[in-house]
Design a protein around this ligand. Structure first.
Ligand code: MN9
Length: 292
């Protein structure tokens, strides 16, 4: 079973001035992250504004990333949508491009039963040969996977991991201990060091788009038992993440990238652009924490 390790930016979807996906910016962003030592990319997640894109655009973004990466790192595609049928179509497309795994938020809007979620992930796993990664993100999906639910998903050996975007570190620790062979990704950047201490070996995050080097360093320091130094870096990252949450995480990530010289445009409406004062505030926090 493949085990993913390392830092995986949850890529933003870069737009040009007309609001269309920018292939140039995709290339620049991917290259910049690779230079910083990331192990792979998570494409089509919330940070990528996927639910504001058409299905065609979601496919195109993944195609552009695959081309830019050119086999130099793993690519995980989030194909989460509203229905199993659509999800399978996107999963097959992702598989045809050569992704390392597909991932999916549980189908949302309609409150399905856990039975139905288990069925959903098994149907997905049956439809493709690439492995499947489940996504625990209660704040966005409205669904909390309990540890016993996770056990049901994981009993399918094609379901090889989970992105845990939850503040429940107790559950994370229990899952890590119970499933040492599964790939468990920390999905909250601000918890990355704490999650690493209890055994997490991989992270997927929005802020990795522009400060991946901090998390690559934290991982290295943890393997050397240099916790205090790692905590200093996590502290810097958290000051930045705090600022991001104040201005809006996805808009803030795009603003930070722009300040670093990688223009990925604005987030799509209904997101409204940051005000000048917010950009200035973010810039100061980024400077103070060695991101600019
Ligand atoms: O992909 C991101 N989660 C969401 C992971 O977008 C919901 C995280 O990176 C968070 O944006 C970040 C801030 O809470 O940890």
């Amino acid at each position: 079973m493949k085990k993913f390790k390392g830092i995986f930016p949850a890529l933003v979807t870069p737009f040009d001035k007309e609001g269309e996906i920018s292939p140039e910016a995709v290339e620049k962003l991917v290259e910049n992250c690779l230079e910083k030592g990331v192990s792979g990319f998570y494409v089509g997640g919330s940070t990528g504004e996927s639910y504001l894109l058409s299905v065609e655009e979601r496919r195109r973004m993944l195609e552009l990333v695959m081309k830019a990466v050119g086999g130099r790192a793993d690519v995980i595609a989030n194909i989460g949508v509203f229905s199993t049928k659509q999800g399978i179509e996107l999963a097959k497309h992702a598989e045809s491009l050569g992704v390392s795994a597909v991932s999916s938020v549980p189908p949302f809007y309609f409150p399905f039963s856990m039975e139905e979620y288990v069925r959903y992930y098994n149907d997905l796993a049956d439809s493709v040969d690439v492995p499947v990664i489940i996504y625990n993100i209660p704040a966005m999906s409205g669904i909390t996977f309990r540890t016993e639910d996770i056990q049901r998903f994981f009993s399918n050996e094609k379901i090889i991991g989970m992105k845990h975007t939850s503040y429940d570190l107790f559950q994370l620790e229990r899952v890590l201990k119970k499933y040492p062979d599964k790939s468990i990704f920390c999905g909250h950047d601000e918890l990355f060091l704490s999650a690493s201490v209890i055994g997490v070996q991989a992270g997927i995050g929005s802020s990795f788009n522009f400060m991946a080097e901090k998390f690559v360093k934290i991982r290295k320091l943890v393997t050397e038992n240099r916790w205090q130094e790692a905590a200093v870096i996590q502290g810097e990252a958290n000051a930045v993440i705090e600022a991001l949450t104040k201005v809006g995480v996805f808009k803030g990530v795009k603003a930070a990238l722009k300040l670093q010289g990688i223009d990925c445009g604005e987030c799509r409406r209904p997101f409204v652009p940051l005000e000048e004062g917010q950009v200035q505030y973010l810039k100061e926090v980024l400077e103070k924490n060695h991101c600019l």
